[in-house]
Design a protein around this ligand. Structure first.
Ligand code: HEC
Ligand code: HEC
Ligand code: HEC
Ligand code: HEC
Ligand code: HEC
Length: 433
């Protein structure tokens, strides 16, 4: 008796009660992680029934009570089953509505913000609601905007957070990359009177200022030193990316992050090459792409812009594209036109926006690209025309046993001619020091 009462003191009961509670709590957390789609549907059904019963009880008029009763009948009969949308024209099948049941057009479809949590709730902001309303669920499905793995019926898999799945759920700014695949050629897209794709528009400016297109192309337009953002980067399969030097943990090996690290980290670290020929027969220079070391916001915006260039195969009836803005045709002077040619062709990529050069060029004689303001003073007009037209494909190495410097001067004769070439030369001569 004494023994028992010493075990069952209130204090001990309280202590053990707490331990049991904690175990149950952790057990439930683990169970939560393993919920199948059936659980979400049953839960949605349970909530709908409770919601509609309350609505009937509180209905102010017989009419409203009637409709609520109709809705309740549908909710009670709701089968627990895999649900899917087949967007025939876009060629996607998605089962997102298996868990996000409120979006199912065949269901009661009383998608409501009364449920505060996903996957049950409608989005809680006006813009998202407006966007959902503008695109008929049955015609568009979900993955065309959100990404993810349409056919999967398990949370992580459906959201694309599994190895080898190329399209994880797009979050935040990255979601804008979907809009521009169908709308307005990366132009202004208004939702509730505001430009929704504002970050993409900002990215276009950033890219122009940085002169990315001096080295990169966009659908064939631009410099030939590196890859085409449209034809290559935005469609790059994960199997062709070497993430080892990015410092990213494996569950973040996505195309978006690959693009982003080029902007937030020094590319020479991301792609270190093999300058001492330790693994290759010929030495390979580290990436010559300049270290922009951008902030997260700018890097996210540019990443969204590049992802948005992807060739999607979405049929033309889904596209509302306006023609790109026309090139300006009149300029105040030849110098102004020349400056425009300099920017348009991305000379700034290698020679700097101010033409003072200095972008690193691994293992070249001076280690950097030339300062054009200084260089042009040694050229005549004809020599300059010749140099820009023919370029300089072979750059002398500083260390003869080291790698080929990554940057050479491209030949521009097929891209810059006549009038444009003459004003470019006039511009360069006008800034000489
Ligand atoms: C197996 C059930 C299930 C399926 C299938 C599913 N989801 Fe979800 N979804 C959830 C749950 C649970 C959450 C909330 C927790 C979370 O974000 O993981 C959620 C959250 C979301 C969110 C909000 C994310 C955020 O960070 O705010 C979006 C958007 C979303 N899902 C889209 C989709 C799309 C698109 C599909 C289809 C490709 C899909 N879901 C398929 C269960 C599912
Ligand atoms: C036309 C593009 C588009 C389509 C199609 C689309 N969505 Fe959305 N969705 C959006 C946008 C944009 C948002 C707002 C995201 C934000 O505010 O960050 C959003 C928000 C959401 C959210 C809320 C996320 C949150 O955190 O509040 C969920 C859940 C969701 N969508 C699920 C779906 C499901 C399920 C489908 C298919 C039945 C679908 N969406 C179809 C564009 C779309
Ligand atoms: C698959 C192509 C596609 C995608 C992706 C897409 N839209 Fe649309 N959108 C359309 C089409 C087509 C219409 C015209 C409505 C229709 O025919 O159903 C439309 C209509 C709209 C409308 C109604 C007003 C108007 O301009 O016609 C808005 C606003 C809109 N979309 C915004 C967005 C936003 C924001 C996104 C990205 C989150 C987006 N759309 C993604 C194809 C698309
Ligand atoms: C001076 C030339 C140069 C400039 C300017 C330049 N890059 Fe690069 N970029 C390269 C080279 C070379 C590579 C390939 C080697 C590597 O992966 O780093 C590359 C690779 C990339 C990659 C990876 C592409 C892929 O398909 O794997 C991205 C993304 C990228 N650059 C974005 C940009 C952006 C955005 C800008 C402008 C802000 C820019 N680059 C400016 C030379 C340049
Ligand atoms: C991919 C990088 C790159 C781009 C883009 C580029 N250049 Fe060059 N440019 C170089 C390199 C490297 C040299 C040095 C060549 C050498 O050492 O022989 C050079 C040399 C020159 C020279 C000769 C300078 C000297 O020191 O003799 C001129 C002039 C010139 N570039 C003009 C231009 C113009 C104009 C454009 C745009 C139409 C342009 N470059 C675009 C990399 C580039």
């Amino acid at each position: 008796m004494k023994f028992l009462s010493s075990i069952f003191t209130l204090r001990r009961l309280f202590l053990w009660g707490n331990v049991i509670l904690l175990v149950l709590f952790i057990g439930n957390l683990i169970k939560d992680q393993k919920r199948g789609w059936q659980w979400y549907q049953k839960e949605y059904k349970r909530r709908e029934i409770a919601r509609l019963e309350a609505k009937i009880a509180n209905a102010p008029s017989a009419d409203l009570k009637d409709t609520a009763q109709q809705e309740l009948k549908i909710a009670q009969k709701m089968p627990i089953e895999i649900r899917q949308i087949w967007s025939q024209d876009i060629n996607t099948v998605d089962r997102c509505i298996t868990c996000h049941v409120g979006y199912d057009p065949l269901n009661n479809s009383s998608l409501t913000t009364e449920y505060k949590d996903q996957p049950f709730s409608a989005p809680d902001n006006d813009k998202a609601l407006e966007i959902h309303k503008a695109h008929d669920v049955e015609k568009f499905g979900c993955v065309v905007c959100h990404g993810g793995q349409g056919l999967a019926t398990e949370v992580k898999a459906a959201h694309g957070e599994v190895e080898h799945w190329e399209k994880p759920l797009l979050k935040g700014v990255l979601l804008q990359s979907s809009c521009v695949q169908c709308h307005d050629n990366h132009g202004e897209l208004l939702v509730k009177g505001e430009v929704y794709t504002s970050e993409i528009l900002r990215a276009k400016k950033l890219v122009q200022e940085a002169g990315c297109i001096g080295c990169h192309q966009v659908g064939g337009e631009g410099g030939v030193i590196s890859v085409d953002f449209k034809d290559e980067t935005s469609n790059k399969p994960l199997s062709r990316i070497d993430f080892t030097h990015t410092g990213l943990p494996q569950d973040q090996w996505t195309l978006a992050n690959w693009i982003k690290v080029h902007l937030t980290q020094d590319p020479a670290r991301v792609t270190p090459g093999d300058p001492k020929a330790a693994f290759n027969t010929e030495p390979i220079a580290p990436s010559g792409m300049p270290p922009y070391l951008m902030n997260e916001k700018d890097a996210d915006a540019i990443t969204a812009w590049i992802l948005g260039l992807k060739r999607t195969g979405i049929p033309p009836q889904f596209l509302t594209l306006r023609p790109a803005a026309a090139e300006p045709t009149t300029f105040a002077s030849a110098v102004a036109q020349g400056r425009h040619v300099y920017e348009k062709n991305g000379c700034a990529a290698c020679h700097g926006a101010d033409a003072r050069g200095g972008i690193r060029n691994y293992n070249s004689q001076s280690g950097v690209t030339p300062n054009l303001r200084r260089a042009v003073s040694t050229y005549t007009r004809d020599e300059l025309r010749e140099k820009i037209s023919e370029g300089a494909p072979f750059i002398a190495r500083h260390d003869p046993s080291g790698p080929q410097p990554p940057f050479y001067m491209p030949a521009w004769k097929s891209k810059i001619k006549g009038d444009e070439m003459e004003s470019l030369i006039t511009y360069l001569l006008s800034i000489k020091e």
